[in-house]
Design a protein around this ligand. Structure first.
Ligand code: TYD
Ligand code: MG
Length: 456
């Protein structure tokens, strides 16, 4: 009968929920057919964990902890370093997630090639590609140095002994789903394995001070495959996103113990690999139709940088009982709210209009500061009237149709002036306190209807 040492449990592959018996639906996250039988390792759990962490460190006064441990190691790829918060931190584990084919391996390889050229010893462990495939890719993206070591390996214990032997300065594991540990019987990629290997990696990184980059796949609904737990275990979580059909790729931090989570890095995927985009505004506005109805430019703060983006709207009479709302790059609820404000305060019957919204270039905007631009794009498309091509639109919109101030107004206006804009329609509150760049004429609007009057 049942062997006590190897008990089996059913683990949800979506959230990590454990159950002694099989179920069709996970009671925790509600996913169907996600419970898979896994072997619970003998002696798993608290005892072993505690042992691994070790009790060798005595508490010490915070004031005496040396800061030098946290020296940053810049990779030399500025857009990547900025998102990391200035470079790699010793002993940190960075998880990089993204859709298949988005360019995670390419980014890792380029960053590591750059690091190795600067004199760091790098170990790149790939569980997905053969060494020859990596070589082929590296030929396209740049010149390799003798300090970049590559190996194709998936057993974690062997990787650990490799690290002990070669003592690399930086480690890349591509990808976490292909790795497995012999301590656990489950298949590679299963929740138990992913969690176990990640745990071992974090312990190793903290002990040796080795900066470790881990690539992770993303599930259909956009989370890093494996439980959310994974995100709690590592120090930094970056998402590499973008449309496969667009050449732009955006690197975004969703968690960062050593830096801000607001920064983004913008890249372009070319024949010769990823190229940094130093001036994103210019790129995002490059193909803008000047003075077309429904196209409005606004400035969004991405971390410390203002970026100019084009918001597009298309409103057309609906043939359905309930009109369609298709929104890309913006919060759909926010758009519905703004459409309601326009309907109520300006008398535009959006209830009878299908509404399609898009942010050009595949950017995602979350700031309320772009509200007025969304409203202007919707109204422009509805009225078939263009917003002049030299006009920037800024401001948060409230439910009564009032326009509220936005932060970093000066930064945004400076970026707009740099890109050749000469006029800004914005909130009244802003005008008094800030120095408007000479080239820009700031026109203040009190309410949505006032703003539309100024614009059209
Ligand atoms: P890859 O880094 O393999 O993606 P991931 O590791 O996230 O799955 O990226 C592969 C894609 O990038 C592939 O569709 C081809 C494209 N690519 C280029 O366009 N130019 C290049 O120089 C390289 C190396 C890849
Ligand atoms: Mg890959």
């Amino acid at each position: 009968m049942a062997n006590k040492a190897a008990k089996s449990v059913f683990v949800c592959q979506g959230c990590g929920y454990k159950s002694p018996k099989w179920m069709g639906k996970c009671p925790d996250c509600g996913q169907w057919h996600s419970l898979v039988e896994e072997e619970e390792p003998a002696g798993a759990g608290e005892g072993r964990r505690r042992e691994q962490w070790g009790a060798d460190e005595n508490p010490m006064p915070l004031s005496q902890v040396s800061e030098t441990d946290h020296a940053r190691l810049p990779t030399g790829i500025n857009e990547f370093d900025r998102v990391l918060g200035g470079g790699l931190v010793a002993g940190s584990v960075v998880l990089i997630g993204g859709d298949p084919g988005i360019g995670k391996s390419t980014l890792m390889l380029q960053a590591m090639m750059s690091l190795s050229r600067k004199g760091a010893d790098v170990l790149y462990v790939s569980g997905e590609e053969s060494v020859r495939q990596i070589k082929l890719r590296s030929g396209r993206v740049g010149k390799a140095s003798d300090r970049l070591f590559v190996v194709c390996e998936t057993l974690y214990e062997r990787i650990a002994s490799m690290i002990e032997k070669h003592k690399p300065g930086v480690l890349v594991l591509d990808s976490i789903q292909t790795l497995y540990s012999s301590a656990i019987g489950s298949a590679p990629g299963s929740i138990a394995q992913v969690r176990e290997v990640t745990f071992q990696i974090t312990v190793m990184a903290k002990k040796t001070g080795l900066p470790t980059l881990v690539v992770g796949h993303v599930t259909k609904d956009g989370a890093i495959a494996g439980p959310r737990l994974l995100e709690h275990m590592v120090d930094t979580v970056l998402y590499f996103e973008g449309d496969q059909n667009h050449i732009f790729r955006i690197l975004r931090a969703v968690k960062n113990r050593f830096g801000s989570t607001n920064e983004i890095g913008v890249f372009e995927m070319r024949e010769s690999g990823l190229v940094q985009v130093e001036n994103p505004s210019a790129v995002f506005l490059a193909e803008r139709p000047k003075a077309a109805p429904g196209s409005v430019v606004t400035a969004s703060m991405e971390g410390s940088r203002p970026i100019l983006v084009e918001i597009q709207a298309l409103a057309s009479p609906t043939s359905f009982a309930s009109p369609r709302r298709t929104v890309l790059g913006l919060d759909a609820n926010r758009v519905a709210l703004l459409a309601a404000v326009l309907e109520k305060r300006c008398g535009m019957p959006f209830g009878g209009q299908d509404l399609f919204m898009n942010v050009a270039g595949g950017v995602r905007l979350t700031e309320p500061a772009v509200d007025l631009a969304v409203v202007a794009a919707m109204a422009g498309s509805f009225l078939e009237r263009p917003v002049p091509g030299d006009t920037l639109v800024l401001g948060e919109v409230g439910l009564t149709g009032e326009i509220r101030g936005v932060g970093h107004m000066e930064n945004r206006l400076r970026e707009a002036a740099k890109m050749g804009f000469s006029r800004c329609v914005g909130p009244e509150a802003a005008a008094k306190k800030i120095a408007v760049p000479g080239q820009i004429k700031l026109e203040c609007a009190r309410s949505v209807s006032h703003a539309l009057e100024i614009l059209f």
